[in-house]
Design a binder for this molecule. Structure first.
Ligand code: GRF
Length: 204
């Protein structure tokens, strides 16, 4: 059995993409990154993919009549490459049922808060504004809702007095970059089981 074939979807900086690529490079993560899918051809993550030798599927959403139209093209590319797991890592677009239905249970997302608190955009800023003492990061399966799918793993991050989006964001991003590759490795090892809303991880 070969390494699990994954595709990473991202729109911006790509620090999570980098963490995955670095973990593959150092042998900590036994997967093959088949493709970076990116809706912003000028994003930093595209350069990171090129540096890592990862193929890219770049598209400009407004050149398509609908979300379903570009997602149909993306699916054709994923199928052509035999992609087994989609990792959303800072992909800033709404996903439709065209992608969710065929990949349910095979598509995960990283979110910068402890879901179900603070879904949607700017989870870090939402947590700061609310005044919580504990926030964190969540990796979850993607369903048809906004950050609402079954939770696979979470890491807590304390909010400190005087934190700004910048300072809290640095600790959140560090937590993300540790958690996401480790969850992908657990999936690659076949240890992650999904049953309704509940996810169990076999540790032995
Ligand atoms: C991360 O905070 C992730 O949780 C959120 O988008 C951000 C992406 O950061 N979904 P990066 O592009 O991986 O640096």
């Amino acid at each position: 059995m070969g390494a699990l074939r994954i595709a990473v979807f991202a729109s911006g900086n790509g620090s999570n993409f980098q963490a995955i690529a670095d973990a593959v490079q150092s042998g900590k993560l036994d997967v093959h990154i088949e493709l970076l899918v990116c809706d912003k051809p000028a994003a930093r993550v595209v350069e990171r993919a090129r540096n890592a030798g990862v193929d890219t599927f770049l598209f400009t959403p407004k050149e398509y009549p609908s979300r379903e139209a570009y997602e149909t093209e993306i699916i054709a590319e994923l199928e052509r490459r035999g992609v087994e797991l989609i990792v959303l890592a800072g992909y800033m677009r709404i996903i439709t049922s065209v992608l969710v239905e065929p990949y349910y249970g095979r598509m995960i997302n990283i979110h910068p808060a402890l879901l179900p608190s603070f879904p949607g955009v700017n989870g870090i800023g939402q947590a700061l504004a609310y005044g919580v003492k504990l926030t964190g990061v969540t990796v979850h399966y993607v369903d048809g809702g906004m950050d609402s799918g079954p939770i696979i793993a979470q890491t807590a991050v304390e909010v400190q007095d005087g934190d700004t989006e910048q300072t809290l964001g640095e600790r959140i991003h560090a937590a993300e970059q540790a958690l996401l590759p480790s969850v992908i490795q657990l999936i690659a090892e076949g240890r992650v089981a999904l049953d309704g809303r509940h996810v169990t991880i076999r540790q032995d």
